[in-house]
Design a protein around this ligand. Structure first.
Ligand code: HSE
Length: 433
């Protein structure tokens, strides 16, 4: 029976999950593949810690070259994370004739072009299903399941940490700082949570999804990114009152000309399927011309789900190795030669509904001056609620607009700030769905 040699770089949580699947589901995998995925080497700087999986100690090495330069290895799993040294390892493995499976969204979102070019030049493949949505087979769905379509919209909850925080804030009425601290103590949030809470992780993921959905090269640094650290329990309560949930969404839309791609806290109707996605779960909504709307839901992180995506990729690339082919399916869903750079719609031209909370002076005439500023900027107000009564003092004034152009909203808020009738910076949350 044909054997395909596998080397793993990074024996942390996901690496251990990969070894566990190969141990326990090995014979099922062989039945699917018609060959055997053989674990040849696992490299990590720490090979002493017990990872809770059975492994022959002789397979462990602290020298990454035991994987990168091993002639018995056909497929390398990169689970180091981050940009470097992961990129150096990946490039070296490709140059040594090994295809890559990676869960590294930062690497693929920022250096994907370069890595895919090296892969092509060396007749190798790169698979990265685990980089977006953890175990959810969303990239395969976009790449192959939607291949008959023009996809125009793809958005979703792409970060489990922030979804957990927002869920806890809503359920417990606690503020962001307190929930984040608890999440760190429980191991749900990283010690340095910046990538997650500031939306960077979601921006990496929507960069990849948008490129693959629309066949346009989206650059990570063109994604408008705003995190959840400014969200308060108060705004979550008002959202509930208006019939909405607050979620951190990665959003990408394509009108055939301009690509809109952004990550920010978003209000979505409570009845929207994404509203029922709680805790660390992820979900992606996609809409395409012939297919119509679809949704994908599952565990966006964690050992087993992520390792499931990694091993699924190993099986796919092993099939190609066994058949002596590469580049069979373009990794970004479209042939590289046909993918030009996305023309990004500036945020100022984005159109959606807006939730605006102002701390406005409780005085006669204030509301008409505020609504006048919105009207002067072509913004129609759907509803407005004043919370409380405190003559001469500031009280929360919550406005929901109809669809409006973002630069008009910003101009109107600047005008309102100059009127001397509000006390604090306005809170603005975009509304979708
Ligand atoms: N840090 C990510 C999250 C998981 O919180 O969803 C890995 O992509």
């Amino acid at each position: 029976m044909k054997q395909i040699g596998v080397g793993v770089i990074g024996f942390g949580t996901i690496g251990a999950g990969v070894v566990d699947i190969l141990n326990k589901n090995g014979s099922e995998i062989t039945r699917r593949l018609g060959g055997k995925l053989k674990l040849v080497k696992v490299a990590d700087l720490d090979i002493e810690t017990d990872r809770g999986v059975e492994i022959d100690k002789g397979l462990l090495s602290t020298n990454v070259n035991d994987v990168l330069e091993n002639p018995e290895i056909d497929l390398v799993v990169e689970l180091v994370g981050g940009y470097e040294p992961a990129k150096t390892f990946v490039v070296k493995a490709l140059e040594n004739g090994k295809s890559i499976v990676t869960a590294n969204k930062a690497l693929m979102a920022v250096h994907g072009d370069e890595i895919l070019a090296v892969a092509k030049a060396n007749g190798q493949d790169v698979a990265f299903e685990a980089a977006v949505g953890g175990g959810i087979p969303i990239l395969r769905a976009v790449r192959e399941g939607m291949a008959a379509n023009k996809v125009h919209t793809i958005y979703g909850i792409l970060n489990g940490t922030t979804n957990y925080i927002l869920t806890e804030m809503k359920d417990k009425g606690e503020d962001f700082g307190k929930v984040l601290k608890d999440a760190q103590e429980l191991g749900y949030a990283e010690t340095d949570p910046t990538f997650d809470v500031e939306g960077i992780d979601a921006a990496h993921k929507i960069t990849l999804l948008a490129s693959m959905a629309f066949g346009k090269k989206v650059k990570f640094d063109t994604v408008y990114t705003e995190g959840i650290s400014g969200i308060t329990p108060e705004d979550i309560d008002y959202a509930t009152e208006f019939g909405f949930e607050v979620k951190l969404l990665g959003i990408a839309k394509f009108d055939g000309e301009l690509v809109e791609v952004r990550v920010h806290p978003t209000m979505i109707p409570s009845a929207h399927l994404l509203s029922s996605v709680k805790g660390v779960y992820n979900a992606v909504y996609a809409d395409a011309d012939y297919l119509g709307p679809t949704m994908y839901y599952g565990q966006g992180a964690g050992r087993n789900a992520t390792a499931s995506a990694v091993v699924g990729d190993l099986i796919e690339l092993a099939r190609d190795k066994m058949n002596g082919v590469s580049g069979r399916v373009p990794p970004l869903a479209f042939n590289a030669e046909s993918m030009d750079d996305a023309v990004i719609k500036p945020m100022g031209r984005v159109k959606c509904r807006y939730y605006v909370r102002l701390m406005a002076k409780d005085e006669p005439g204030v509301l008409s001056r505020i609504s006048g500023a919105f009207g002067d900027h072509d913004i129609s107000i759907e509803s407005v609620v004043q919370k409380g009564r405190d003559t001469g003092q500031a009280v929360p004034l919550i406005l929901m607009t109809h669809e409006a152009v973002e630069e008009n909203i910003m101009d109107a808020l600047e005008k309102i700030a100059s009127l001397g009738v509000i006390d604090a910076d306005p809170v603005l949350i975009r509304v979708e769905g």
